[in-house]
Design a protein around this ligand. Sequence first.
Ligand code: PMP
Ligand code: GLN
Length: 411
Amino acid sequence: MLEMGGQETGSLETGSLETGGRMRDRPLLNRGLDGLGTTIFAEMSALAVSTGAINLGQGFPDTDGPKSVREAAVRALRDGRGNQYPPGPGVPELRRAVADHQRRFYGLDLDPDTEILVTAGATEAIAAAMLALLEPGDEVIAFEPFYDSYAACIAMAGAVRVPLTLCAPDFRPDLDALRAAVTPRTRLLLLNSPHNPTGMVLTPAELTEIAALAVDHDLLVVTDEVYEHLVFDGVHTPLISLPGMRDRTVSISSAGKTFSFTGWKVGWVTGSRELVAAVRTTKQFLTYVASGPFQYAVAEALALPDAYYADFAADLRAKRDLLAAGLTDAGFTVYEPQGTYFITTDITHLSPGTDALTFCRALPEKCGVVAIPNSVFYDHPTTGRTQVRFAFCKRPEVLRDAASRLQRLTS
Ligand code: PMP
Ligand code: GLN
């Protein structure tokens, strides 16, 4: 039974049909997925549309990525590249570009033919990895709050998630608790750094300890690094670069965040030949392939000069600071993120006694802003009860407008 955050966030009808026979006694939805409902992102984006509120909920930029990259997609479409099924593992141009990117930024050497797999966004990569690597009853350790698809994919694989709570104000992992959580049934660690929703970035020292633990217990690690280029303090260190990790790590990333094209859904998996082959096996039967022409455009995007990546992070950092100041002025307790698109706040002082879901459902009506309740990303429902996430990947004038609307909460 799966009930993230102990809250039903959605409205999908999952009850049984009263038609008699075999359908009567069982709900239509696989009972292992009970409680998933509609994702919080869909619910809150729909609320933004229906109320006309500023959407600082779902994480997508309000400005598209570089024009040259958009034009590359148009050229691919016009030239008939990718309009028919691309190769299952992804077009060779993109696999080579991912390999070049991993070498340029991290000094990693990957074989584009066997150690890189293109997916329909990081979302498919996560699903394919879970379905490939897990069997029913396997335990997966993940830090909560976790990105919502983790719980869903672990459940779809019939595995058991073991949440370890990241606590405010700094959301650093408790590595002793991690060590204590490993059992003979633990199959893999599912990591995410930079971390959505808290913005926590694992330090090299923490990564080293986690790597040592994985080696000691012979664990697989799936690491979601979609915000790898959105680190504001320090640099991103891929877990796979640490000793002992090359053959046990599945790394996941995506063009959506790095290049501001979240609708293109081009992601990728990197890892050893054996791990990539395992993930490819399940991926074949999820989408087989996706996003043909966009794959060519993302190959060009990955080759953008270092200045693109540095300017992008600097721009987001300035937006983080702008929104953090606005939220503080409006009375939120702000937990400054080290990376990602998101700021987690606490509403206790602002709205004593209110839980995050109630607060977020009322916020558009009250002051014309949409945010995400972090409580739905926890298994332990009380831990994130008063945490609310705001996305700052928006134009400065939009962030200023949102901040001034939020002032109404106290005036
Ligand atoms: N992982 C995390 C941590 C995310 O925040 C997101 C949302 N971008 C994804 C995976 C999904 O990425 P994509 O849109 O490429 O499927
Ligand atoms: N990753 C995005 C976020 O955290 C949401 C993507 C989605 O809607 N599934 O806001």
